[in-house]
Design a protein around this ligand. Structure first.
Ligand SMILES: [Zn+2]
Length: 182
């Protein structure tokens, strides 16, 4: 009797978990079949302290793909400066996509005129949305990606997410690892 109850509880909680936004499985934000290095992961020492953000090493001009579908709500692509100095923090080009659960996907450091979508566009996971670069606070071309939301006071917070990888299955991504997209 007790065991049956436990079993039902496990069943219920696992189906609940699959429906919660926290367990949504994201696509890697670059082209299918490519293998890319994660230069900096969650809580990284360089610029991700207390932040769930990921830096994918992508040379300038490489395609960036939507990690999850949604609607483009912000886009900046006029900037043409960047470097490993905090003074460049507001010089990044970027795209923000709103997901259907009040979370947002942020794609940072695109090259100048590197956004291939407009505000208001709907995109699906895997769609090409832009080209990588090194604008803003960035010492080398890469894509900074993060999923975030806002608390009741309007303060932004980032969150860890699962990714689908061809070489490592479904997982949280780690610094200095190579990940291949399906
Ligand atoms: Zn970053």
């Amino acid at each position: 009797m007790r065991l049956t109850f436990f079993f039902l509880l496990v069943l219920f909680s696992s189906s609940f978990a699959q429906n919660s936004s926290h367990d949504y499985v994201y696509q890697l934000p670059f082209e299918s079949g490519k293998t890319v290095l994660i230069m900096q992961g969650y809580n990284g020492k360089y610029s991700h302290k207390n932040k769930f953000a990921l830096d994918f090493r992508l040379k300038k001009g490489k395609f960036i793909c939507a990690a999850r579908g949604g609607k483009v709500v912000k886009m900046v692509e006029h900037n043409n400066e960047g470097g490993g100095n905090i003074k460049f923090i507001n010089k990044a080009n970027y795209i923000v996509i709103a997901h259907d659960d009040a979370t947002y996907g942020g794609y940072w450091h695109l090259e100048q005129n590197g956004a291939l979508v407009e505000v208001g566009d709907s995109v699906n996971a895997g769609d090409i949305i832009g080209r990588s670069g090194s604008t803003g606070f960035s010492s080398m071309a890469h894509l900074h990606f993060m999923v975030y939301s806002y608390d009741k006071k309007g303060k932004q917070y980032t969150m860890p997410t699962f990714f689908n990888t061809k070489n490592k299955g479904i997982r949280h991504l780690k610094s200095y690892s190579w990940v291949k997209r399906n």
